[in-house]
Design a protein around this ligand. Structure first.
Ligand code: XIL
Length: 372
């Protein structure tokens, strides 16, 4: 079955922006998990096991939990242009440096996220000092300066970057997200330009294209068309990041396998970059009542936990089979307490999408993932 493309999801992603980051709990008021086996040990011979976090969370027991279970770290927000860019030549590297220092002190690799995106990028990035929209050449100059400064700052500390994030549209006659300021100003060429610049500035880092819904056949085909064009034009691109914001209702392991095959056939590495398995399946049809029902708060029952564990088991069976093609798997959050899905798509609706509960304790799904 082909799940419908969640257009709503696309728009909401763009809107969610910084709203979500504000309301999180203290990181030091609960304990570390006591599981005997860890994710990173279990998967050591296959691929990196990563987690997304913000530096203010990397304290106390949550820091212990991250150190214990994971060997790769993605900045959930603090390396996005919104966090770094303060006008030409001015940057705020404070939080990002804190995160990198934590990773270095504890032997975690860092996945950079993200350089070129329509969302979480300040409006001023696309405007001159008078607030007038830049032309193509001026925007490319700004991009080159930004990428040079950022990639040089993190040189040797960040091993790969999501160079371009979410450039594709979910549907419609044009492959690309035409409402993006990048597309509006530069056309589709900005994508190739960003990869060429990144490679010129630092040929040692791995360069990824990152997007969501890539196990949906329609979106996958769109991604393959774009990536093939880039590869044919010798654009330096090493891999595809599949965000993997999945849910227990529509996750389909065969489609995951099909996408891995399609990307590997283009000679690209695959990273699972933002894995979570929501217990909610959003209804995308026209019936408002159904839609509201699909958004309503659920109780995390033992049945739901078992179903989720089953879905995670299916996903990791595919990922293990494809170790070598898949070279990294990153969870988008360290525990259910700190998942962005507690704030998205409905603020305040609790979700339970990860392997560790609110107190960092391993859930049923954790045991299914390490049991093989
Ligand atoms: C999300 C973060 O998790 C939130 O804290 C923030 O408020 C909005 O962005 N796709 C991406 C990620 O590439 O950067 C997004 O992260 C989730 C969707």
């Amino acid at each position: 079955m082909n799940p419908p493309i969640p257009l709503f999801f696309a728009f909401s992603l763009a809107l969610v922006g910084c709203l979500v980051t504000a309301s999180v709990n203290r990181a030091d008021d609960f304990s570390s998990d006591e599981s005997e086996t860890t994710l990173k040990a279990r998967y050591e011979s296959m691929f990196k096991i990563g987690v997304a976090a913000s530096p203010f969370l990397l304290k106390g027991p949550l820091a212990d939990h991250v150190k214990r279970q994971f060997n790769s770290l993605t900045p959930e927000n603090c390396m996005k242009p919104e966090a770094l860019y303060r006008g030409d030549g001015n940057y705020n590297f404070r939080e990002a440096d804190e995160l990198v220092n934590f990773a270095q002190a504890n032997g975690l690799a860092v996945r950079g996220h993200t350089l070129v995106w329509h969302s979480q990028t300040p409006r001023q990035f696309f405007c001159d000092e008078q607030g007038k929209q830049l032309g193509k050449d001026a925007l490319y100059n700004r991009l080159e300066k930004y990428m040079t400064d950022v990639l040089t700052h993190f040189k040797g500390k960040v091993y790969c970057w999501d160079v371009v994030n979410e450039a594709l549209a979910d549907g419609g006659p044009i492959l690309y997200r035409t409402e993006s300021p990048w597309y509006k100003i530069c056309g589709k060429e900005y994508i190739a330009e960003a990869f060429r610049l990144a490679h010129k500035i630092d040929p040692d880092i791995k360069l990824f294209y990152n997007d969501y819904n890539l196990i949906n056949p329609v979106k996958r085909d769109r991604a393959v068309a774009m990536l093939k064009e880039l590869k044919d034009a010798n654009v330096p691109i090493d891999g595809v990041g599949m965000q993997a914001h999945w849910d227990i209702g529509s996750f389909n392991p065969q489609e995951l396998q099909n996408s891995i095959d399609a990307f590997a056939a283009l000679g690209l590495e695959v990273h699972i970059t933002e894995l979570d398995m929501s217990v909610y399946s959003l209804y995308h049809g026209p019936d408002n009542e159904k839609r509201n029902q699909s958004m309503a708060q659920k109780t995390y029952t033992p049945e739901l936990a078992s179903l989720q564990a089953e879905k995670y088991a299916e996903a990791f069976a595919v990922l293990r089979r494809n170790a070598g093609k898949v070279t990294g798997v990153t969870f988008w959050g360290a525990s259910d307490r700190f998942t962005w899905l507690n704030h998205f798509p409905r603020p305040g609706r609790k979700d339970y999408p990860l392997l560790f509960d609110d107190d960092n304790q391993p859930k049923k799904a954790f045991y299914r993932v390490i049991e093989f």
